[in-house]
Structure formats: C-alpha cells, structure tokens
Write a protein that binds this ligand. Structure first.
Ligand code: DC
Length: 224
C-alpha cells in the first residue's frame, strides 16, 4: 500500500514549503491540492465568468477543465502551464468560494485519491486528513497566527517582485480562514488523529525536522 502524509491547515501556515521539502527528503510525490482548486477557478475566469457567482456554469465547465500536476511541480490547465497565473490575488480570492462548491470538490477529490493510490505522497490542503485520505499514515495540522501568516505571504509576494499590502493580505487571510472553516462541505478542521503543529515561532528546517520525526516510526512499520 502506498504511504501518505496529509498536511492540512489554513492559508499561509507554511504547508506547501514544508510539504515540498518533506516530499523531497523522502522521495515522495508532492500534491498541492490548493493549486488544483486554483486552476479550476482560473479556467472559469478564462471562460469569461466568475465561478464564485455562477455555480451552475462552474459545474457545467468541469469536464472541460483538465488539471494536472507535473513531477517538476508545474500546474497544467488543459496542458498549459498556469503555475504563475493561479497565484494572483484575484484568483486566490475567488478560489475560496469556488472550492466550497460540492461538485468541484467531488471532481478534484477523486483525482487526489487516485494520485495517492499510485504513489507515496505528501498531500497538502484543507480536508486531506479528514476527507480525501482519512487512512493517511501521518496527519499534520499546521497552524500559525494570522499575523505571522500575513507577514510570510507579504515577503513571498515582495520576493516575486509584486506590489503587496500587508494589512490587505491579513484581512484576506482572516476572511479566507472564516470561509474555509465554515463551509458546509469538508470544512477546514483538524482530524482527530492529526498532530497539531504551530509554526509561528519555528523556522522551515525546524518544522521539516518535526514532520520527519513524526513520519519515521510510521514509515518503519509500513516498510517492515
Ligand atoms: O492552499 P491554497 O491557498 O493554495 O488554497 C486555495 C484555496 O483552495 C483556499 O481558499 C482553500 C481551498 N482549498 C480547499 O478547499 N481544499 C483543499 N484541499 C485545498 C485548498
């Protein structure tokens, strides 16, 4: 059976940075499920409608939106590399309501389960430990204070050469946390068997070390 590490938590807690590093250290496939929801949102935007408002159109568009994650970490939408285009502020804002549409979730969750069935994965998102892979051998629920998360996002955007407004980012984070944890379908929630990891006062190496520490004994049992 394939081995799965589920990393859930709110936006900006450090999930993707850590998940990527852990995947690399273990030789696992990294699956960024947030990128998949973002790609669907972008696909709708490009078809000329707002998926947050036009639920029926979004559901109808799903079969025409083929999302793929490459081993190199690119996000492809119908074969086009949209890795950068899905990271805009507008796409981030619209992805939260889009990801609340149950049919969108069903569509992507099926693909995510398939990926985890065929390879050892580190998968990050909001509902991985609770819904997508409830049998994951290791579950981490990663949190950090909203201020810490806003500051990290701000630094990321500045590093990408974009203009960024830290107080606006903080407001967006608080709004998205609320949306993601209050939606009726698969809200952001810590799985009962997940390890809570607060990254506010830890650097990347320290968090990676903590995750690998949690994984080691489970991996030993699985490989025995
Ligand atoms: O992790 P991220 O910021 O790229 O996620 C973008 C949005 O997608 C965010 O609003 C939450 C949503 N999402 C989700 O509902 N379920 C997931 N498994 C991953 C992301």
């Amino acid at each position: 059976m394939a081995f799965a590490i589920a990393i859930d938590g709110p936006a900006g807690a450090g999930k993707s940075t850590i998940a990527k590093r852990v995947a690399k250290a273990l030789g696992f496939v990294y699956v960024d499920t947030g990128a998949m929801y973002r790609a669907i949102t972008l696909g709708c935007m490009r078809q000329g409608f707002d998926p947050a408002r036009e639920v029926e159109k979004t559901i109808a568009a799903l079969p025409s939106l083929h999302v793929e994650l490459t081993p190199q970490g690119q996000v492809l939408l119908n074969g086009e590399d949209v890795s950068k285009a899905i990271r805009t502020e507008e796409c981030s804002r619209l992805t939260s309501p889009t990801s609340a549409i149950p049919q969108v979730r069903t569509y992507l969750v099926a693909q995510q389960r398939q990926m985890a069935a065929s390879a050892d994965v580190v998968m990050d998102g909001r509902d991985i430990g609770t819904n997508v892979l409830p049998g994951a051998q290791v579950k981490i629920f990663m949190v950090a204070s909203p201020q810490t998360r806003a500051h990290r996002r701000y630094l990321e955007e500045v590093a990408r050469g974009e203009k960024a407004d830290e107080s606006q980012i903080l407001q967006d984070i608080i709004q998205r946390d609320y949306n993601d944890s209050h939606r009726p379908t698969d809200p952001l929630k810590q799985a009962e068997d997940a390890i809570l990891l607060d990254t506010s006062d830890l650097d990347v190496d320290q968090v990676v070390a903590k995750v690998l520490e949690a994984v080691a004994p489970k991996l030993e049992v699985a490989r025995a």
